[in-house]
Design a protein around this ligand. Sequence first.
Ligand SMILES: Cc1cc2nc3c(=O)[nH]c(=O)nc-3n(C[C@H](O)[C@H](O)[C@H](O)COP(=O)(O)OP(=O)(O)OC[C@H]3O[C@@H](n4cnc5c(N)ncnc54)[C@H](O)[C@@H]3O)c2cc1C
Length: 385
Amino acid sequence: MKVIIIGAGMGGLSAGIALKRIGYDVEIYEQVLEIRPVGAAISVWSNGVKCLNYLGLERETAALGGQMDSMAYMDGHTGEVMTQFSLQPLVEAVGQRPYPVSRAALQFMLMDAFGRDRIHLGMKLTQVHDDGQQVTATFADGSTATGDLLIGADGTHSTVRAHVLGSQPERRYAGYVNWNGLVDIDERIAPATQWTTFVGEGKRVSVMPIAGGRFYFFFDVPLPTGLPNDRATYPALLGEYFKGWAEPVQRLIGQIDPQTTNRVEIHDIEPFMQFARGRVALLGDAGHSTTPDIGQGGCAAMEDAVVLAIALQTNTLGVEDALVRYQNKRNERTAELVLRARRRCDVTHAKDPEVTQRWYEELRREDGSNVIRGIISNIEGNPLG
Ligand SMILES: Cc1cc2nc3c(=O)[nH]c(=O)nc-3n(C[C@H](O)[C@H](O)[C@H](O)COP(=O)(O)OP(=O)(O)OC[C@H]3O[C@@H](n4cnc5c(N)ncnc54)[C@H](O)[C@@H]3O)c2cc1C
């Protein structure tokens, strides 16, 4: 069985590894000439780690993962602890540690596991044609590739999505801008093994540890879309947005390197249920584009990869049938994750300032059990239990 995958992000690569493991002949086509992941790091929650373990990457993933033992929310202005608790109950409840990891390291691990010789760079898909027997992908340079099925793992701006749905849904601006990057761990900012988040005014400043003695940091600020973006201004802008905030926040702003800091206007797409049409299926952000507020977009892409391979391996009525079974196992779960992230996004970023204020008050009374219950409920429902 010949499989064409469009997109060498974490979804496409995970699918490639999963399908190769069941004996399929897989080629991945990627539009960029050099893979440079957008975003500095990512929290791979326990469901995502389980998928990587299932793909045979348990040791490699653990080696990339930061030691994240506890979690804390701090008052952004005063720096006071609002709540602080161990993540051990979470690990025991779900059976696997979560790992914050460098995106570049994750990407390279997946590329090596799949096999770089089968990743074709500089190949931008422009058109999909499914004749009922085979699928043909046409690329911007006029070349084509033909396979028994095609997986659109081409991200939030997916071209394959328009083929599957017959139209292209609009992306929805979620109302805030995120800056993210890496700095060396500095205990004057936060404890080295803690995921620490400073909150106030619907804004967020967060650090979490990844391997190599580094913190993944991000700043969220509710802002209109389309503001000018000049990286040289990032430290000064963040200094303004977080004026008067606690000393660790000022220290972090002082340490960021604008040249390696990413700025992202956060969007999602209203969930839809169709992930398959004929011999073509969507996977990852192409099928369910989410805000990052529960850290589940990439994890869900890896879940898709595992379910897709199982659906193709275990059903024998044909490719079209297996792809519909894959779709039906994934669409409700991923829609739920997108909508949960959107609700979390609205509370965190002061869509209604009174609701956000109530959340801050709840955090001061929190002993960790409600936050952990929320994270567990995102992880439960994953295909690996
Ligand atoms: C700020 C931020 C923080 C996040 N944090 C987390 C987190 O902590 N945990 C988590 O699980 N998720 C997180 N996410 C979400 C996560 O990044 C995405 O869900 C994930 O990258 C989706 O993977 P993907 O493979 O579907 O798409 P992508 O990673 O976007 O990959 C798609 C690939 O397809 C290629 N492509 C696109 N169009 C074409 C074409 N026409 N032809 C050929 N190739 C094409 C692109 O170049 C790209 O390489 C975050 C997202 C953001 C923005």
